[in-house]
Write a protein that binds this ligand. Structure first.
Ligand code: SF4
Length: 292
């Protein structure tokens, strides 16, 4: 298999076969992200993709689900995505579930008809970095889209029948702004129907641009307690039925469950964390993190 960089794959794709179709990130500007820094965005050569699909067919001919790598593989053009789906279907007739990571910008550059055709071709699940429901946060972190864009583009995915996991980064609004961010982000998702909301918590890595902002005082990190309170308020306001997995390694106070069924259980779990909060212990844990 042609794997050319460190692999990032969502935990929920642990059982999927991973097929590299791009390297790096087509945007690569988000100030809090170090995942693709130093990597040039590149399309995998079609001959590599064909070789890899044939290899998968030789070892796992009944493969059903394939996760396309890398950081925003949905950035590929409609034509390229369809070409890749055709190769997959030719060699792996059972592979009818294709997923990838993507951004709001990647949805914008496809028409409604193209999104529907992609769904028919098997693209059924996208992991999207919505990150925040506050425009000031999206602008400051250079996401390249607005909250209104998130709402419009995710509705377009829904209309095309493509399910998605919307990512939310706790702490991204900085010290003192978490509660406002929690309510705004819950309000955004309440207008939508995400299959899942994935919660991360901001960790400032030295090779991410935001590190310089922290050093200069331009950005002040939220405390660990603020992140826990932000998550609690977010869940309290979240009404859209979906699965929430705020359980990434970066979240010191992990919870997961289904809204509305498990909401009370998650809230009381968070109350338990908050009641006995040890800021130093959570902070140390974050400082030991080496990558996203
Ligand atoms: S957060 Fe996502 S879109 Fe932004 S630079 Fe990182 S990988 Fe690219």
């Amino acid at each position: 298999m042609h794997y050319t960089e460190q692999i990032y794959r969502p935990p929920s794709e642990a059982r999927s076969v991973l097929l590299e179709v791009t390297t790096g990130c087509s945007h690569n500007l988000c100030t809090f992200c170090n995942a693709a820094k130093g990597l040039k965005f590149r399309l995998s050569p079609m001959e590599h993709i064909i070789e890899d699909v044939k290899e998968i067919a030789a070892f796992k001919p009944d493969t059903k689900r394939i996760h396309l790598l890398s950081h925003d593989a949905f950035a590929l053009s409609y034509e390229r995505l369809m070409e890749i789906a055709a190769v997959i279907h030719e060699h792996l007739p059972c592979a009818d579930e294709l997923s990838s990571m993507g951004s709001i910008l990647n949805v914008m550059d496809k028409t409604d008809d193209q999104l529907k055709e992609l769904r028919k071709a098997g693209y059924e699940y996208i992991y999207i970095g919505t990150e925040s429901g506050l425009d000031e946060v999206l602008e400051k972190t250079r996401k390249g889209f607005t909250v209104k864009d998130s709402e419009e583009q995710l509705k377009r995915l829904e209309n095309a029948g493509i399910r998605y996991c919307a990512m939310y980064v706790l702490g991204l609004a900085g010290k003192g702004n978490g509660l406002r961010n929690a309510i705004a982000t819950a309000e955004l998702f309440n207008k939508l129907h995400p299959a899942m909301i994935g919660g991360n918590s901001l960790t400032v890595f030295r090779d991410a641009p935001i590190y310089k902002e922290v050093l200069s005082g331009e950005f002040e990190e939220a405390t660990e307690l603020e992140c826990a309170q932000e998550l609690r308020l977010f869940l309290e306001h979240l009404e859209s039925p979906c699965y929430v997995a705020a359980s990434h390694a970066s979240v010191g106070t992990p919870v997961k469950g289904r809204i509305p069924r498990d909401k009370e259980k998650m809230l009381s779990q968070l109350d338990g964390y908050i009641e006995n909060f040890d800021e130093r212990r959570y902070r140390l844990r974050r400082e030991l993190m080496r990558s996203m």
